[in-house]
Design a protein around this ligand. Structure first.
Ligand SMILES: Cc1cc2nc3c(=O)[nH]c(=O)nc-3n(C[C@H](O)[C@H](O)[C@H](O)COP(=O)(O)OP(=O)(O)OC[C@H]3O[C@@H](n4cnc5c(N)ncnc54)[C@H](O)[C@@H]3O)c2cc1C
Length: 406
């Protein structure tokens, strides 16, 4: 029996929890593959509970976007540490002070990203900022289910496929109610954790250091510069800006190394799973003038009355700045609200190399060759603002041309 198409499994792990026979595990077919759900045929009784609740087969109660806001935390530190405006962290603070449990993603000491449920303020620091790798839901479904049964309230922030998995689970358990607020993130994809682990090992050897902290967008160098760092006891020993020749960032931001399901993602659309959707607001001000730039600004999409009420609380408490924006400022530029990331032509070659070598850094270098150095030169010569300007205007011109032809 197949739960969902192999290329669509996001390894959300919901099927593992609902299976009455405990017949499902997450497995890799080969060393180089992604984790996907695997059924032990000898234990399976073909009840199809997994198939009927899998978020790749059914998505329930997805919502249309009602409003679009630009916003950021009014606490300078929270804003600085957030991937964009620190709105997620403000939501967590609001939730804890109102008796909610909060769910977010933190990195453990093996650099695996995992969902954790807590009611302590000091965990917000670990949740804050984006971890650009696969995050494991583990047993969080059961923990959240138990809390809701006890009448507790929950704030869950995660990727759209994870929100959908949790909603399906709670619906199956008849526990879906307004005691849980869902927030999803606009997402362009996650990469298997083995790539980042191998990349860290490679750098550790090169620098003769042992990393105990990883940051994909280190706030010390402004999160909007996407500076990737590794530290040993708070001492940053490796630091690369996004266009500066770091093998992991090249593979990730060029969309070469995502899990296969990300290229088929059914949640990359304007129908949202969360009551609120959060994203970077790169093109704020592109349709209507605003008196701030796009640095550390979150895009807050409101998708339900519950979501609207929560954001209103944050505004009334003076926790965040929030301004209504034309929705086109997000919709016209954020591709992930329309379709999944396209497989770049280099992906096939990368996978073949990786299968052969089982070495992340070697494979990506062989595939990207001179492009890595060309990007670095463009960055050193500060050519990117000019390239982006040309790209933006070309986009506008081609839209005008299409309109005039119609
Ligand atoms: C994998 C990934 C891809 C993204 N892709 C895009 C994109 O293409 N376009 C865009 O506009 N925005 C994207 N974002 C969202 C954006 O980077 C910010 O997370 C969002 O704007 C919220 O920022 P913040 O400052 O309000 O939150 P922060 O205070 O930075 O909080 C970050 C939140 O993200 C959660 N989180 C971090 N890593 C993961 C993970 N691996 N899995 C699940 N949850 C995680 C944390 O638990 C926390 O709730 C992506 C985020 C992630 C994690």
């Amino acid at each position: 029996m197949i739960i969902c198409n192999e290329n669509q499994c996001s390894a959300c792990g919901m099927c593992i929890i609902v299976c009455p026979q405990k017949a499902i595990t997450l497995r890799k077919k080969n060393l180089h593959d992604n984790y996907i759900a695997h059924i032990d045929d000898e234990k399976c009784i073909k009840c199809k509970i997994c198939v009927n609740n899998c978020p790749q087969n059914v998505s329930i109660e997805s919502k249309n976007i009602l409003n679009c806001y630009a916003g950021w935390s009014l606490d300078k530190e929270t804003r600085r540490k957030g991937a964009s405006g620190g709105i997620a962290s403000e939501l967590y603070k609001w939730a804890i002070s109102n008796g909610y449990w909060i769910d977010g993603v933190k990195l453990n000491n093996k650099f695996q990203a995992e969902h954790v449920l807590s009611n302590e303020l000091n965990i917000i620091n670990d949740f804050s900022n984006s971890k650009y790798q696969f995050s494991n839901m583990g047993s969080i479904y059961c923990t959240i289910g138990e809390k809701l049964t006890q009448g507790e309230k929950i704030l869950f922030i995660g990727l759209p496929c994870q929100v959908a998995g949790l909603k399906n689970y709670l619906k199956y358990k008849k526990l879906l109610n307004d005691n849980i607020v869902f927030v999803d993130l606009v997402c362009h994809g996650t990469a298997p954790e083995v790539y980042i682990q191998q990349h860290i090992n490679y750098i550790e050897k090169k620098y003769n250091k042992s990393a105990n902290k990883l940051s994909y967008r280190n706030p010390e160098f402004n999160t909007y510069t996407y500076t990737f760092t590794l530290s040993e006891n708070e001492d940053v020993f490796y630091k690369k800006k996004v266009k500066r020749n770091d093998e992991y960032q090249i593979g990730y931001h060029k969309g070469i190394i995502y899990r296969e399901n990300c290229y088929n993602c059914r949640y990359a659309c304007t129908s949202r799973e969360g009551d609120i959707t959060l994203a970077d607001f790169s093109y704020v001000g592109s349709k209507e003038v605003c008196n701030y730039d796009n640095k550390n600004v979150s895009c807050i999409l409101i998708n339900s009355k519950l979501g609207e009420n929560v954001i209103k609380h944050l505004i009334d408490n003076n926790s965040i700045f929030c301004e209504l924006r034309p929705i086109e400022e997000e919709l016209d530029y954020e591709k992930m609200l329309h379709k999944p990331t396209e497989r770049p032509k280099e992906r096939k070659k990368f996978l073949a190399e990786y299968k052969r070598t089982n070495n992340y850094d070697l494979s990506i270098k062989r595939v990207m060759k001179y492009r890595i150095y060309i990007e670095e030169i463009c960055d050193v010569l500060n050519l990117y603002p000019k390239i982006n300007f040309i790209k933006r205007n070309f986009l506008k011109l081609s839209k005008c041309f299409k309109k005039s032809r119609k």
